[in-house]
Design a protein around this ligand. Structure first.
Ligand SMILES: N[C@@H](CCC(=O)N[C@@H](CS)C(=O)NCC(=O)O)C(=O)O
Length: 282
C-alpha cells in the first residue's frame, strides 16, 4: 500500500523516499509519458490530498473497507465523512441480527469480526494494515490524512462547540439507544420501558444540543460550513425521527440544520435506507 505524506513516501510499510515529490518518479509501472502526465497533474492539483485521493483510486492500491450496518447511526457518521472527503470504499455489512459480530463477516475475512473490533460494534475502518474502530477516531483519522475539506473550524470557540455537540451525541444519546441496550431493557422489563428510556435520552440530549447550537448555527451547526458536529447530528436526528418517532418541534435549530443536510449529496447518499444491506422495503 502506498502512503504519501509530507514526510515522504512509504510503499508496503517501507520508506522509499523522504521527498513527497518523488512519488511521481516512483510510480514504477508508469512509462515516461504517464510519469510526465502525473507530474504535471501534481503540479496543477490545487490540494495535495485530492492528488493522493485520485492517485490511490487509480493506482490499484487496496480500497478502504468500512464495516457497517445500514441502520447504525455510528456508521452513518463515517459514511458522511468518507463522502465529504471524496473517498471510495468497500462497504462490508455486519448483520447484528444474524450475529455477524461473533463470526467472520464474509468469506474473505479469515477471522471473527471481534478481531477487527473487540467491542463487536460498527463502524470499523480498514486502511491497509491500519484498523480503526469507533466513529470519532475514524473521522479524526480521515480528517488528518485527508485534510480537505476540514472537519474542524479554525476558530477555537466554534471548534469547542463542535467537540461538545459531538460528545453529547457520542456519549450522551447514542449509547442509550444502542441495539444491545434496548434489547436488554425490552427483555428484562418490557417494550414500554424501552421506548420511554430511549425517548428520555433523546429528549435530554436534544434539549442540550438545541441550547448549545441556537446561537452558533447558520445553515449548519456552527455556521454555513459542514463540520464535525454536523456529522454527528444528521444521523442522530435521522434515527430519532425515522426509528424512534421523535417530534422535532421543540428543537427548531436542530430541525433547520437537518433540513439543510438533506440537500447535500454527501448526506443524502449516506442515509441508512440507501445502504446495500438495507431491507428493500425500508
Ligand atoms: N462509540 C462507538 C459506538 C459504536 C456502537 O455502539 N455502534 C452500534 C451501532 S450505532 C453497534 O454496533 N451496536 C451493536 C450492538 O449493540 O450490538 C462509535 O462511535 O463507533
Amino acid at each position: 500500500m502506498w502512503i504519501y505524506s509530507s514526510a515522504g513516501v512509504t510503499v508496503n510499510n517501507k520508506r522509499v523516499s523522504s521527498s513527497p515529490n518523488s512519488l511521481l518518479l516512483l510510480s514504477i509501472q508508469s512509462n515516461r509519458k504517464e510519469k510526465l502526465k502525473l507530474y504535471s497533474y501534481w503540479r496543477t492539483a490545487k490540494k495535495k490530498n485530492s492528488f493522493l485521493r485520485d492517485f490511490m483510486a487509480n493506482s490499484g492500491a487496496e480500497k478502504l473497507k468500512l464495516y457497517s450496518y445500514w441502520r447504525s447511526s455510528c456508521a452513518h457518521r463515517v459514511r458522511i465523512a468518507l463522502a465529504l472527503k471524496g473517498l471510495e470504499y468497500e462497504y462490508i455489512p455486519v448483520n447484528f441480527l444474524k450475529g455477524d459480530q461473533f463470526n467472520p463477516v464474509n468469506r474473505f475475512d479469515p477471522e471473527d469480526y471481534l478481531t477487527i473490533n473487540p467491542m463487536g460494534t460498527v463502524p470499523a475502518l480498514v486502511d491497509g494494515d491500519i484498523v480503526i474502530s469507533d466513529s470519532f477516531a475514524i473521522i479524526m483519522y480521515l480528517d488528518e490524512k485527508y485534510p480537505e475539506p476540514p472537519l474542524l473550524p479554525r476558530d477555537l470557540h466554534k471548534r469547542a462547540i463542535n467537540y461538545q455537540a459531538m460528545s453529547i451525541v457520542l456519549s450522551g444519546i447514542q449509547p442509550h439507544q444502542n441495539l444491545a441496550v434496548i434489547r436488554y431493557i425490552e427483555e428484562k422489563i418490557n417494550s414500554e420501558e424501552k421506548t420511554s428510556w430511549v425517548n428520555n435520552a433523546i429528549t435530554k440530549g436534544f434539549t442540550a444540543l438545541e441550547k448549545l447550537l441556537a446561537s452558533s448555527a447558520g445553515k449548519h451547526a456552527t455556521g454555513d460550513e459542514i463540520y464535525l458536529a454536523d456529522l454527528f447530528l444528521a444521523p442522530q436526528i435521522h434515527g430519532a425521527i425515522n426509528r424512534f418517532q421523535i417530534n422535532m418541534e421543540p428543537y427548531p435549530t436542530l430541525a433547520k440544520c437537518y433540513e439543510s443536510y438533506n440537500d447535500l449529496p454527501a448526506f443524502q447518499n449516506a442515509v441508512p435506507e440507501k445502504q446495500p444491506d438495507a431491507p428493500s422495503t425500508s
